[in-house]
Structure formats: structure tokens, C-alpha cells
Design a protein around this ligand. Structure first.
Ligand SMILES: Nc1nc2c(c(=O)[nH]1)N[C@H]1C(S)=C(S)[C@@H](COP(=O)(O)OP(=O)(O)OC[C@H]3O[C@@H](n4cnc5c(=O)[nH]c(N)nc54)[C@H](O)[C@@H]3O)O[C@H]1N2
Ligand SMILES: Nc1nc2c(c(=O)[nH]1)N[C@H]1C(S)=C(S)[C@@H](COP(=O)(O)OP(=O)(O)OC[C@H]3O[C@@H](n4cnc5c(=O)[nH]c(N)nc54)[C@H](O)[C@@H]3O)O[C@H]1N2
Ligand SMILES: [Mo]
Length: 629
């Protein structure tokens, strides 16, 4: 096992605010250390700019009016790590046997630099050795063709893959005949997607940045934006300056939610910064369902007393099940209810009443959440209760109000939109089949957990990962590592070295991919891709840095290379997809909301996908929830 001390964090006294001058200095330092000024500066100036590339750090949207430096300290780290001059090539692998790499920490592996050449680990070999792209792709194709069933292949995706690459990748899997498409989302916001599809009909957030600014109240539950989505703090600060109140629900008093010193402004660089949180609910871990239920019960009780706290017009017109909901929530005797609620939430009744008073005083409410809500056994009911809370006061589908699951990886939402899903809708498969003249498989495939089980049973001959770090990210490391060792051929399309390259199947390949910041040239043309952010905005991303090695390929080209080898160019014309406009044309006919994709993606601002509720009628739009009932 790697020495845990190598990855051990340094522990110090808690910080009282986030960002400020330390963030700016740290950004400059990371970029200089890794990339030097010549690569680092152009990279930083292009992050999240309209002719630049989408920050690979997280999925928070970019505001319409952008600052010269529209990134955060973590984005700077993410970019610096991509833009780094350090490389991991054949000489590195010759110096380090896999047994040595196995002993290193994940941090050390990632710090070694960018992967530059395809590398192959033969059966029983001690070292990875260089292999040509042709040989590597031939090997994968051979192995795939040799499978007893297409379900002997598993195609994992991490959330940094572009829309174009994701679309081509899922097409490849379905042309092969499997829906085995686990992705990082299974471990992340899957519960948000499930709960939102059930309740609102669209498994995504319903708000835009403007809604955040217009909200009277924003509840941030189970999220640490100071570390994970620092640019969200700018949005909260802006809202705050317009009078929005903020409630933080978290077992920990995260520094970023206390005070934010916005590095974009002088007042943020110096001074104490903006106090963000008005009410801090220091909840017991897993207590959010009980908390939102309690607020909902207080609202129902006030309504029964004749207070005007519910939006009955909205509830009657646009929801169903209100009576049952109300009865169930009010059934428990009051003292039992509060004893249980205080125990489950670790909060006092008076704090929950204070929160409810803030809710009643707010016309427009947004609830934001992330892993603190999504990674519990009862996450789906918790998020459903959040939706119920919003629906009671008509807080979905109008300005300044709605649901805001804050996504993690920078294109995790887009990948799902493009069809990276083990349980695709029939309508999606119908459209895919019609577009390409193929018969996509209908049987649902494996998610992350079922993939691990299938691998452990020896049912998986080929495991391909489009990015990510499957072995380290999956829930039970030892089980996953053992499962991975049962696979015949493991293939990782990666930018950096990680643990999944050293815990492998019988044979393993590492294929080096171009990253978001890298220039993607083909036949003298510079190609670009698109991504979708956490708020359903799709926009272009142009890499700017010369790639460190000619050995790196774009993810689309890697998939195309496989497609042509396994199936030839009929009925799917894989060669033509070297032009990403052709990929986007296909997407425009398969994925709803992408009509005219190529034209709209070329607009400076990109375009917004339909949000829940979908509105119909132009003169008096009415919300429609595409739910199953
Ligand atoms: N620098 C950096 N940024 C990243 C990433 C990264 O790896 N590095 N990863 C990206 C990804 S993939 C994701 S998903 C996001 C994750 O973004 P977050 O979800 O913000 O990340 P976590 O660090 O998991 O924070 C979870 C928060 O929930 C709180 N919490 C824990 N249990 C509970 C609970 O029961 N109830 C409540 N209310 N709160 C609870 C924790 O104290 C913590 O503040 O970050 C993205 N951004
Ligand atoms: N212990 C623990 N486990 C977790 C979590 C946690 O907080 N703690 N969080 C969970 C969550 S929320 C998530 S989303 C998952 C994340 O799971 P993954 O997405 O599988 O893991 P990451 O660590 O984000 O993957 C990082 C690797 O992606 C590759 N990479 C980076 N950029 C690119 C690119 O542009 N193209 C390609 N092809 N490869 C690229 C690099 O090789 C890098 O080493 O982990 C989950 N598992
Ligand atoms: Mo995530």
C-alpha cells in the first residue's frame, strides 16, 4: 500500500475567510512552478474567456461579463497542472517499474507531469513500454472483437470529456452493443439526477446565475464552495450585495461560507471581506431530510392557521399529491416529531423556526447543494424533500428561484446530456439508431458498482476509461483493485498519471490525451469543442497551448481510431468525424435542445438548454413538468 503519510494533509487552525491576496499569490505561484511564464500566462489569460477554453477545475458557470482573470485558485491549480512543462514519457517509465509507482501516493503520481506517449504493460511485465498508436488501437480492437458478448466491455467516463468526445464515445459503445457506461456521476450527483427526474422531470438544475442574483434567500446545503467551486463565492457575494440572505447548512463552519475576500476587487484583496452567511445551521451529518421536513411541516402548520405562507395557486395547478404529503408530514404528534427532529438534525427547534421565518419573508428562494446531500443512503428522499420545500411556495420555474445542484467535474453534466448513461432513455436510443442506421442495445448496462461486481466475477474482458481515476474514485478501494486485476485488458485515456495506471488488468494501456487547454490541430485547422456547465449553458472551448508532445491525441480522434478499426466506416462514418462540426451535426439531430448546434455554439455566449419546467406558449408561457405522471 502507498504510504498514507505522503498524502496526509497538514492540519492548522481553521481559516476565517477564503480567497483574498493569498489566493492570488497562490495562483501565480502554481502557474509559475508548473508551467513557467511562457506557457502559464497565456493559459491563465485564456481560462473561461470567450475565445479561450473552459476551466477544467469545476462546473460552475462563467458570468456574462467576464473579468480578465475569470478563474480561482483551484482553477489555477487545475490549469497549471495541465499546462505544466513536466512530462512523463518512456524514460520515466523505464526508470520506474510499476511496483515502484504502486508505492507512490496519488499526489506524487499526479505531480510528475503530462503523459506524452502511448504506453503498454504486457502480461507479467515489470515496466510499461512505449507502443505506437496503431499497435495500441489494433490491440484494443482485437480484444473487443474477441469478446463473447459486447457486455464483456465496460466504458467508464470521468467528467472532463468534451461533449464531442462523449458523444462519439457512447456511440462507439452502442455500436458495439453495450450500455455498460459507468461514469463519475454515479459517485457524485446521481442522487440529484434521480430525485429531480422524479419530481421535476429534468435531472438538472433549474436556475441561471441571474436567478442567484435575484434570489431573496439562498440556502447552501452540504457544499464547500470555498474549496471546490470558488467562483461560486463571487456569485454569492454579488447576490449578497443586492440584499440576498444566505443560509448555510453544514456540519462544519467552512471558511469560504463565513467570509469571502473577492480577489477581483481591491476591497476583497484587503480588509475582512464580505460576510456571506446570515444563518448557520450546524447540522448533524445526514440530518438534512429531517431539517427540510421540519421546515415543510412548520409551513403546513402556519397554512392551517390561515397564514398566507403557501402558494396554493401554484400547488394546485402544477403539482400533485399535496394532500397526501401534508397528511403524512402532520401525522406524527408534535412532541415526538420535535424530539426526533432535534435528535436527527442536531439543531434546536428555535433555530429551525428562525430559518422558517426567513423562508416566509423571502419571495424568491434558491437551494444549492452538493456532496453533503448527495452521498448518503437517503440522498434521493432528501433531495425530493428539498424540491417539495421549494414547490410549496412556488419556488421553481420563476426568476430568482429554483433548484441548484452544483456539479463537480467541468463537463460532467454535458457528458450525461450526450448519452453517457448506463440507463439511456428509449427515445435517445431511437434517435441514435435512426441517425446512424445502427441497432443500439436496449438492455440497461452497468453503473460503477455493478461494473466492479462484473469485473470481480471475471466477466469483463476490456475496461476502457475516458479519463478519471476509477480505482481511487470508486467506493471500496480494495474490492475495486481486486476487481480491476480480473480484467483482461485495461485502457486509460489520460492526461496525468494516477493510481488506476498501476492497478491494472492482465495487460494495460495508457493513452495520452490532449487536455482542455491544449491546442487541437488537424490538417492545419484548429479544432474546438463544447461543454455544458452546471446551469445548462453550452459554450465553446478553444485550447490555446501548443501540446508538449506529438504523441498526444484528442479524445475524439482516439475514439474514431477505434471505431474505424472495429467497424469500418459503414454505417457510421468515423473518419468524417475528424471534423468536429460533423460530430455536432449528428448531435443536433439526436439530442433534444441541440438543434442548430453548430451555429449556436459559435455564438460568443453559447446557448442555454431547456430548463425544468419547460415552458410552452409564447404569449403566456406555462410551466410543464416532463415527469412520468
Ligand atoms: N479543488 C477541487 N475542486 C473540485 C474537485 C476537486 O477534486 N478539487 N472536485 C469537483 C467535484 S467532482 C465535485 S463533486 C465537487 C464537490 O464539491 P462539494 O460537494 O462542495 O465537496 P465536498 O468537499 O465533498 O464537500 C461536502 C460538504 O458537505 C458537508 N457535509 C458533509 N456531510 C453533510 C451532511 O450530512 N449534511 C450537510 N448539509 N452537509 C454535509 C461537508 O462538511 C462539506 O462542506 O467539487 C468539484 N471541485
Ligand atoms: N475518497 C473519495 N472518493 C471519491 C470522492 C471523494 O471526495 N473522496 N468524490 C467522488 C466524486 S464526487 C467524483 S466526481 C469521482 C471522480 O472520479 P474520477 O473522475 O474518476 O476521478 P478524478 O480523480 O477526477 O480523475 C482524475 C484523472 O483524470 C485524468 N484527466 C484529467 N483531465 C483529463 C482530460 O481532459 N481528459 C482525459 N482523458 N483525462 C483527464 C487525469 O489522468 C487524472 O489523473 O470520485 C468520487 N470518489
Ligand atoms: Mo464529483
Amino acid at each position: 500500500m502507498p504510504d498514507p503519510a505522503q498524502d496526509a494533509p497538514e492540519v492548522g487552525p481553521p481559516k476565517q475567510s477564503a480567497a483574498g491576496i493569498p489566493a492570488v499569490l497562490n495562483s501565480v505561484r502554481h502557474v509559475n512552478d508548473q508551467a513557467g511564464v511562457l506557457r502559464g500566462l497565456p493559459a491563465m489569460l485564456a481560462v473561461n474567456q470567450k475565445k479561450g477554453f473552459d476551466c477544467p477545475g469545476c462546473a460552475w458557470p462563467e458570468p456574462g461579463k467576464r473579468h480578465t482573470a475569470e478563474f480561482c485558485e483551484n482553477g489555477a491549480k487545475a490549469v497549471a497542472e495541465e499546462a505544466t512543462r513536466r512530462t512523463v514519457g518512456p524514460d520515466f517509465f523505464a526508470r520506474h517499474p510499476v511496483s515502484d509507482l504502486f508505492e507512490r501516493s496519488g499526489y506524487w503520481l499526479g505531480q510528475q507531469g503530462r503523459l506524452t506517449e502511448p504506453m503498454y504493460l504486457a502480461e507479467g511485465a515489470t515496466h510499461y513500454e512505449p507502443v505506437s498508436w496503431d499497435r495500441a488501437l489494433d490491440m484494443i480492437a482485437e480484444e473487443l472483437r474477441g469478446l463473447d458478448t459486447p457486455d464483456g466491455a465496460v466504458f467508464y467516463t470521468s467528467g472532463r470529456t468534451s461533449n464531442e468526445a462523449a458523444f462519439a464515445y457512447q456511440l462507439f459503445a452502442r455500436q458495439l452493443g453495450t450500455n455498460n457506461m459507468p461514469d463519475c456521476s454515479n459517485m457524485c450527483h446521481e442522487s440529484s439526477g434521480s430525485a429531480l427526474v422524479e419530481t421535476l422531470g429534468v435531472g438538472k438544475g433549474s436556475v441561471s446565475l441571474e436567478d442567484m442574483y435575484e434570489a431573496d434567500l439562498i440556502i447552501v446545503a452540504g457544499q464547500n464552495p470555498g474549496t471546490n467551486h470558488p467562483r461560486m463565492l463571487s456569485a454569492l457575494e454579488k447576490a449578497k450585495r443586492r440584499g440576498t440572505r444566505i443560509v448555510t447548512v453544514n456540519p462544519l463552519p467552512e471558511a469560504g461560507m463565513k467570509a469571502f475576500r473577492n480577489p477581483q476587487y481591491a476591497r476583497g484583496l484587503l480588509g475582512r471581506g464580505t460576510e456571506l452567511t446570515d444563518l448557520f445551521a450546524q447540522i448533524r451529518v445526514g440530518g438534512d431530510l429531517a431539517l427540510f421536513s421540519a421546515v415543510n411541516r412548520l409551513l403546513l402548520e402556519a397554512d392551517q392557521r390561515g397564514e398566507k405562507v403557501l402558494d396554493h395557486g401554484f400547488v394546485n395547478s402544477f403539482t400533485h399529491g399535496f394532500e397526501e404529503f401534508s397528511e403524512a408530514l402532520l401525522a406524527e404528534p408534535e412532541d415526538e416529531f420535535w424530539a426526533r427532529t432535534e435528535r436527527d438534525t442536531g439543531l434546536t427547534r428555535s433555530l429551525i423556526e428562525e430559518l422558517t421565518a426567513m423562508v416566509v419573508a423571502s419571495e424568491r428562494i434558491v437551494v444549492c447543494w452538493a456532496m453533503g446531500l448527495t452521498q448518503h443512503k437517503h440522498s434521493v428522499p432528501t433531495i425530493r424533500e428539498v424540491v417539495n420545500f421549494l414547490l410549496l411556495r412556488g419556488n421553481v420555474g420563476r426568476p430568482g428561484a429554483g433548484v441548484c445542484p452544483v456539479r463537480g467535474h467541468s463537463n460532467v453534466q454535458g457528458d450525461r446530456t450526450m448519452g453517457i448513461f448506463e440507463r439511456p432513455a428509449d427515445s435517445f436510443l431511437d434517435a441514435l439508431g435512426a441517425e446512424f442506421g445502427i441497432e443500439p442495445p436496449r438492455e440497461h448496462g452497468h453503473d460503477v458498482v455493478n461494473s466492479i461486481r462484473a469485473m470481480a466475477r471475471g466477466e469483463v474482458g476490456v475496461f476502457i476509461a475516458m479519463g478519471g481515476n476509477f480505482v481511487a474514485a470508486s467506493p471500496d478501494t480494495e474490492v475495486t483493485e481486486d476487481a480491476m486485476r480480473q480484467v483482461g485488458l485495461t485502457v486509460h485515456v489520460s492526461t496525468k498519471l494516477n493510481r488506476s495506471h498501476v492497478v491494472t488488468g492482465t495487460r494495460a494501456l495508457i493513452l495520452p490525451a490532449l487536455a482542455r487547454s491544449d491546442r487541437d490541430q488537424h490538417d492545419g485547422e484548429q479544432r474546438w469543442v463544447t461543454v455544458e456547465d452546471s446551469m445548462g449553458l453550452v459554450h465553446a472551448s478553444h485550447g490555446v497551448l501548443p501540446p508538449l508532445s506529438e504523441g498526444m491525441r484528442s479524445e475524439v480522434d482516439i475514439v474514431r481510431g477505434l471505431g474505424r478499426r472495429v467497424f469500418g466506416n459503414d454505417p457510421v462514418d468515423w473518419d468524417r468525424m475528424a471534423d468536429y462540426d460533423r460530430v455536432r451535426d449528428h448531435v443536433s439531430r439526436v439530442v433534444p435542445g441541440f438543434e442548430d448546434f453548430n451555429t449556436r455554439a459559435r455564438k460568443r455566449e453559447g446557448f442555454a438548454l431547456p430548463h425544468a419546467p419547460v415552458t410552452t406558449g409564447s404569449s403566456r408561457p406555462r410551466p410543464v413538468w416532463p415527469t412520468s405522471r
